[in-house]
Design a protein around this ligand. Sequence first.
Ligand code: HEM
Length: 188
Amino acid sequence: MTNLLKHPQVLEKARLEIDEKIGEDRLIDEPDLAELPYLQNVVSETFRLFPVAPLLVPRTPTKDMKIGGYDVPRDTIVLVNAWAIHRDPKLWDDPERFVPERCNNVGGSENYANKLMPFGNGRRICPGAGLGQRIVTLALGSLIQCFDWENVKGEEIDMTESTGLGMHKMDPLRAMCRPRPIMAKLLI
Ligand code: HEM
């Protein structure tokens, strides 16, 4: 939601997609997500720039090994910096910019699994990845479908990130929302 308020043109595009595909007669539901590729891209691009677990989960190799040319003795604590990989200019064009369109190729020919890893990667990848991605997308889609959103007048959105194992905003988001007509239609 913070990224959407920072980029109103993205919010508008996501709202148009929802209005066109779902309409005003019913609420967005889980099976609809397949028909909402732009909304999915918004979530993927948010996970790229702001991965929930920026260092994934610490792992330790069970035997001596080489990783990326470095000798790593067994039992070493290995951290994968997904945050840095997600912002590596060798992997992404203009990596600091929030551009959901760049995620159009997820699942396509480009090997996203090796560079977009908000749920980790390989054998120990998050088993709840599909569920987690769907829940976040459905929650965001519902907020967009049901409310008009805008910044609190006169307030700049502070994007400073917290430190720690999980990433959240230092300064919680404050935003204004107004119910859209669909709310009156469905609730009354
Ligand atoms: C947006 C939601 C979620 C995010 C961002 C997320 C992220 C992650 C990450 C980064 C890891 C570590 C992967 C690695 O070390 O390479 C992980 C592991 C794990 N996640 Fe999730 N997760 C989410 C939702 C869920 C849900 C809904 C479940 C269960 C229903 C779940 C269950 C697990 C379990 C059991 C592991 C440990 C896997 C292992 O070590 O083999 N996660 N998750």
